[in-house]
Design a binder for this molecule. Sequence first.
Ligand SMILES: [Zn+2]
Length: 264
Amino acid sequence: MPSPAPGLPEIRNVILRGLPSKDLAMLRPHLHSVPLVMRQVLHAASAPIDHVYFMEEGLTSLTASAGEAAEVEVGLVGREGLVGTGVLLMTGATAVHRAFVQVPGSAYRMQSGTFRDALSQFESLRDGCLRYVHFMMVQTAQCAACNARHGLPERLARWLLFSMNRIESDELPMTQEFLSYMLGVRRAGVSVVANGLQSEGLIRQSRGRIILLDRAGLEAKACVCYRLVEDSRARIMEVPSEHKLGTVQYGRDCALSGIDNLRS
Ligand SMILES: [Zn+2]
């Protein structure tokens, strides 16, 4: 993994950490660290994507409209990923989903035009981002299957584990009202199921937080989708060995004129 230059904070985002240190050094002046606050909207649906966000800490939810002013979560982005994949896919700089901060943290923000330029110049960045898009496709497809086939207790257990794994904490700031919104079910149903998990000693709900008490127990409660997605995340997002620090194969990237040509 790349080591930070003296005076620079360590990078935690998995895509950026997978870059050869030379590429990361060239991109770094264009990556601006920004705080992410609760409920902050990074992209509104159908609005232009001006910046992409490499998540460092916290959690961002992607939601889709389900009509009648209802929204349902269709994706979770933690430090393994990037918010703004529409720019990567060259489908135009318009957001399909709304992206908002569910757990506060921070991200490295890059201007969309600069990001597009960087993708064309840095094969390592392109490969890392495409790996992430692949993982998101797996996650989205599995969650669609899960919503159709599995019960609320299994889905809630899966969702709590997904979220806690991404923020690397056993404590999640989350209310039942917000949970019902995320899972697309009525609050009364979430309340019954969450209280059931608490009665079983798997979690504890306390003042807008959910605390994990028994990971093995909650994993046993979750449906098979949990392990399928998490195994995919580990496999797909694994950093290629040739990108690791000290064994960097710079390849043709070294022959490019580099970041100077990027928009800032
Ligand atoms: Zn499931």
